[in-house]
Each structure stands twice: as C-alpha cells, then as structure tokens.
Design a protein around this ligand. Structure first.
Ligand code: CO
Length: 188
C-alpha cells in the first residue's frame, strides 16, 4: 500500500479515534503485506533522499489506524546511543502487542512528542512510564517476543500502542500546566 504524507490519516479525521482489533495469527498475507509496508515506511522516512523524493515525514513508528485500518499492527525503528556511546538500533514489526507491566517511575521527552497524524504544534510534556514490558508477535523474527523497554524505546512503544486505543500524544499533556515538573521522572 502506498504510504506517504498524503495517505496518512490526520487527527482532523475521527477514524484515528477508532479502537483497533487484534489480528489473527499466523498473519494473513494481507496483514503481512501491510506490516511490511509500514516497516519500510519507517525505515525509508529517515533517509533524507527518499523522504524528499517520496513525500515521507520522518518517523520512528507507525500504526495501522494511521492508514485507516483498525488492526493492532505497528512498526517501530529507532536508534539510540547507549551508556558506552555505541549506537544501538531496535526494529520491531508487531502484531497484537500488549503492555504487560508499567514502571511507577515516569519519563518524558524534553522536546515533547510528534506524530505523523498530527500537523499542529502541541507543546508540553507527554508523561509516560519510564519502563514497560511489551509482549506480542514480531514479524521480523517470526516469534512471540517480550520487550523490556526503557527510556526512549519505552516512550515510542507507549505512543504507538496508544494509537490502538484511539489515544493521541497530546491527550496526555497537562492542559493547565503543560510543562509541570514530574517528581523523579526520567527526562530524555
Ligand atoms: Co503517532
């Protein structure tokens, strides 16, 4: 399926608020093709030349509802610098992922969050859990996996899984005090 900045559903469309349903496993050919295209979008979107040529907005994740398809499918690809100053990359093409545990400690991105479906600025801290454990089927490894995510990866997974519930990042911003300090939070 063609995925670019014109075909991605924006938050002006109420379909984005739809709750997504689990898919059948093993994946159908149709779902496999969709998730493959979503993964390819995320990877290509951070390649400057391809992004320019194919009208892709840079992203670290995309969920099926952003293409108008209410299925629990999401693709995530991020790069992080670890404690030893090495670049670590994480790639997941997930079906039916679920968060099975959340840390009490909170975390947020200092610069706020963005979303392929959101064109307007929404300033403020998007406060989430600092660590989450996610279980689901990963198409890239063809396995049921458990991801123990912390920091940036944990934030990205929570952002994407929120899309399954029709929730957008700015729903989490404190309306009265968007930059309210959070005690003991991990600031990324
Ligand atoms: Co999003």
């Amino acid at each position: 399926m063609l995925i670019n900045n014109d075909t991605i559903i924006k938050d002006t469309d109420p379909v984005l608020r739809t709750v997504s349903e689990p898919v059948e496993l093993p994946l159908s050919e149709e779902d496999r093709a969709l998730l493959t295209d979503m993964m390819q979008y995320v990877i290509d979107s951070t390649d400057e030349e391809k992004a320019e040529k194919y009208n892709l907005r840079p992203a670290v994740g995309i969920s099926a509802i952003q293409l108008g398809i209410p299925k629990q499918l999401t693709a995530v690809a991020i790069e992080e610098i670890n404690k030893n100053n090495e670049t670590v990359s994480y790639k997941f093409a997930l079906a039916n992922p679920k968060i099975v545990s959340f840390s009490k400690q909170k975390a947020y991105l200092d610069s706020g969050e963005g979303c392929l479906s959101v064109e307007n600025e929404h300033e403020g801290y998007v406060v989430r859990s600092a660590r989450v454990t996610v279980r689901g089927y990963d198409m890239l490894t063809d396995r049921n996996i458990e991801i123990r995510a912390r920091g940036y990866l944990a934030i990205v997974l929570q952002h994407e899984l929120d899309h399954f519930k029709g929730v957008l990042f700015y729903d989490h911003i404190n309306k009265d005090e968007p930059y309210k300090e959070v005690p003991d939070a991990l600031v990324i």
